[in-house]
Design a protein around this ligand. Structure first.
Ligand SMILES: [Zn+2]
Length: 314
């Protein structure tokens, strides 16, 4: 089917989830896809299968020793991969490698012109650091996609826009001194929410000063607050003139998420996506990749991500 939008769904992606009542459960992908089917979106998009990343691809962003450690703990399935948020489970290496591989496959489809925009629901694992897991994130597919844009595809000026309730610290600090990674991140103020970073004065280091925009939102901030803050993102992006846009559209910024305190509706996600598509048309030949990110209330992630998908299709 000829659609401008590719969506990646499949059992291999759903495997990325932690059991025993962990908020990042493996039922999240299906919660999204059920709602997409209910809205008939499956008939309007091109459905694509997940792909597995090679270790070499994962190491475009991550350190070799860290990747080897995940491999080892994937066999035992024991302990935590970080300080206690991200438990290991048997097969966690492969599950995380599928997330990375699928984001890379989505990138390929967009760059090859097979589609104009793409969405991967179980992706956008923005907390993982180059040498560590963090906050439910084992491998940072956003970071790997950015490194791949540079190393493999020669695309230098990349915009990363993050509307997840949490600050995208793995991406922010991973590229803090990179003047061509333009990072705009609206998140709940770090004084009230994990990971605690992303203050407004953090604008990038050295030659990269000014290439990052952090907008901390007060707990309880709603769609009106989001709309009021958004024009700063647009002026920042227009000044940056990126060649490619990545959107991390975490759904944990909606009212009723069990672990955060923002109060957007899915309309903020729809609005941000629509506006970013327009900027992508203007500067990036339309090229935009949306990654699902967080979201622990199943109805919320279904509403937010299908709103994103509808906006990508319009
Ligand atoms: Zn989050």
């Amino acid at each position: 089917m000829n659609s401008p939008v590719c969506v990646f769904v499949g059992e291999e992606l759903a495997r990325y989830g932690f059991g025993h009542g962990h908020p990042f459960g493996s039922d999240r992908m299906q919660a999204f896809w059920d709602e997409a089917l209910r809205r008939g979106l499956d008939k309007r998009v091109r459905i694509c299968a997940p792909a597995l990343a090679t270790q070499q691809q994962i190491e475009l962003f991550h350190g070799h020793d860290y990747v080897e450690r995940v491999k080892f703990q994937s066999q035992t399935g024991e302990g935590f991969l970080d300080y206690g948020d991200t438990p290991a489970f048997p097969g966690v290496y492969q599950a995380a490698a599928y997330v990375v591989g699928t984001s890379l496959a989505a990138l390929e489809r967009v760059l090859s012109g097979e589609c104009r925009r793409a969405f991967v629901p179980i992706a956008g694992l923005h907390h993982a650091r180059r040498d560590a897991a963090a906050g439910f994130c084992v491998f940072n597919d956003c970071g790997v996609v950015i490194e791949s844009l540079r190393a493999v595809h020669g695309v230098r000026r990349v915009a990363y826009v993050d509307i997840d309730a949490h600050h995208g610290d793995g991406v922010f600090y991973g590229f803090e001194d990179d003047p061509e990674l333009f990072c705009a991140d609206l998140h709940e103020d770090g004084r009230y929410l994990y990971p605690g970073s992303g203050a407004a004065h953090e604008r990038g280091r050295g030659a990269a000063a000014g290439s990052k925009l952090n907008i901390p939102m007060r707990p309880g901030a709603d769609d009106r607050d989001f709309r009021a803050a958004w024009p700063r993102v647009e002026s920042f992006l227009r000044a940056a003139r990126p060649e490619f846009i990545i959107l991390q559209c975490g759904a944990d910024s909606l009212t009723g998420d069990p672990i955060t305190h923002l109060q957007y509706s899915a309309e903020s996600h729809r609005y941000a996506t629509t506006r970013l598509c327009a900027i992508a048309e203007q500067y990036c030949n339309g090229r935009l990749l949306a990654l699902g990110g967080g979201g622990y209330n199943r109805a919320n992630l279904a509403a937010a991500w299908t709103a994103v998908l509808e906006a990508l299709l319009d």
